[in-house]
Design a protein around this ligand. Sequence first.
Ligand code: UDP
Length: 359
Amino acid sequence: MKILALGAAGFIGSHLTHRLLKEGHIVTAVDLQSEKVAEDLDHANLTFLQQDIRSAGWDLDGLVRDADLVIDLIAYANPGLYLRIPLEVFRLNFLENLKIAEACVRHGKRLIQFSTCEVYGRTAASLQNAAVADPEDPIHATFSEDTSEYILGPVAKHRWIYSCAKQLLERVLHAYGLEHGFNYTIVRPFNFIGPKIDFLPQKEDDIPRVFSFFMDALLNGTPMKLVNGGVNRRCYTYIDDAIECTYRIVENRGGVCDRQIVNIGSPHNEVSIRQMAETMREIYAAKFRDPATPLPEIISVPGEQFYGEGYDDSDRRIPDIAKASTLLGWEPVWGICETLETTMRYYVSERRKTAASNG
Ligand code: UDP
């Protein structure tokens, strides 16, 4: 297939592009920068366009017209940014993505739109005076694509602008499906993790996702910071599992993913952020530790101090993956410890390479 991959050199995009090329597809990849797809840049079937989709002078319509399938991964998908630049998060994640979707509608092209598990928001069990017998029962945190309700915080908690923008985009795609027969598949990723997830923080004000903060702390012996005690929980999904499922959505045998929303995640890999910090520190001590660097302490910091005003959080989210299993025969295979260790190994080896090249 001729595939137009937008946001192809981000974390998920770079792994997906590699897989698409390996499977023999012809890929036109668009992104702001090419660093994460460096190993594939010379591939005969890859055309890489370095382009900010917000600036004028690129031929979105022409590229969509020439493609058999469009995959849109363009997003600001990092909570630090929802707090700092909420308007830009709305513009990119809704307004700009909408232009891509509408080009697909115009040219009758199938679109795979990456969305987010953040659309589910918070659990009902986390609400004040929640009327649930056992708030710990995973049933309250297990989200299904077509039946779960969404609970977001107030407007003043601007973290939710991301969730809201993505939700609106999903609703517009659904409406185009209803009114114009538009063919899309929406993917809701649950905390994908693996090599190249984020650059480690370089400057005081860099806010990557939690893995990179913890990895940086381990490499430098500085404190691992738990926001509000690290009680919130996530299900981490190894990127190879995620790409396998995504690739089956690309293939879409029998049209099973037409106008479907699909959760991709590892329900058995749930950890609190505190457990994640402790597990990473144990793995680091056992496998990677440089004896010259002390193991970091784990400390708690208030959310608003760490992120600034407007911070709120999703407390717990477990994917219901029955749909991916039924439609695609997919189940994740990577456990949480091997997921963390393999991702950590990549960053340790990158750090050693950088140290060696700096002499
Ligand atoms: N977090 C933390 N310490 C950090 C960075 C993040 O405890 O150094 C917490 C954050 O408050 C959230 C969780 O880790 O509860 C996951 O945050 P991340 O930025 O990785 O993305 P999210 O899963 O919320 O999209």
